[in-house]
Design a protein around this ligand. Structure first.
Ligand SMILES: [Zn+2]
Length: 206
């Protein structure tokens, strides 16, 4: 098994951590390589279990971005960009998140404006963030709506559905029948779209 070894003077025993799909081992200087390997073998089941939770997207994986699919390449220039149907990313979480946020914002801002115009809604400010368990949120009292940047990986009809969902919260804060009635007048196939995209995976881009 491959692992990254850190020798540490302040370390009293061998420790294993799995961080973003990489096995990291720290060990005191006096422990032999053989002892470390034996220890790793003992812990193999646990390590495999941790590894399976985090599979980073690899070279040539197909990554969906705003309705198109791109072939992924990790590069060693410090930038992230799209060219034709190729996606080039520098493997740095902050840089990749910034790239995703800028591109999600560029698209969703425009789409949001379009719906606001149609529905005669004004003066709502937008925010973007990475959220674990929500696609968006709405605070009518503050005229504020937040969107999850990971929407960038979802089909465009799903992005529309989430935008309209949050806009409907301006009128009904809960998920009552009235809320869904309103939402379905705006988007009759709302429930179908949500159901269809329920299990879409979010890629792990470094
Ligand atoms: Zn809601």
């Amino acid at each position: 098994m491959e692992y990254v070894l850190h020798r540490k003077s302040n370390c009293k025993k061998i420790k294993i951590r799995v961080v973003k799909g990489v096995v990291q081992v720290s060990a005191p200087f006096y422990v032999s390589k053989r002892e470390i390997d034996d220890f790793i073998k003992e812990q193999e089941t646990w390590i495999q279990n941790q590894l399976s939770k985090y599979t980073v997207s690899k070279e040539n994986d197909k990554i969906p971005l705003l309705g198109n699919e791109y072939r992924l390449h990790y590069i060693d220039q410090r930038k992230c960009y799209v060219e034709d149907y190729d996606l080039y990313l520098y493997p740095d979480t902050k840089l990749i998140q910034l790239f995703l946020k800028q591109n999600a914002k560029k698209y969703i801002d425009l789409r949001f404006e379009f719906f606001c115009e149609q529905l005669h809604i004004q003066d709502i400010s937008l925010q973007y963030g990475f959220y674990k368990s929500k696609w968006g949120s709405c605070t009518p009292s503050k005229h504020k709506i937040c969107f999850n940047v990971n929407l960038i990986f979802m089909p465009l009809e799903f992005v529309d559905a989430i935008i309209l969902h949050e806009l409907a919260h301006l009128y009904h804060l809960n998920h009552s029948k009235e809320f869904y009635d309103l939402l379905c007048t705006w988007m009759p196939n709302y429930k179908e779209i949500m159901k269809k995209n329920k299990k879409n995976p979010i890629p792990n881009l470094y």
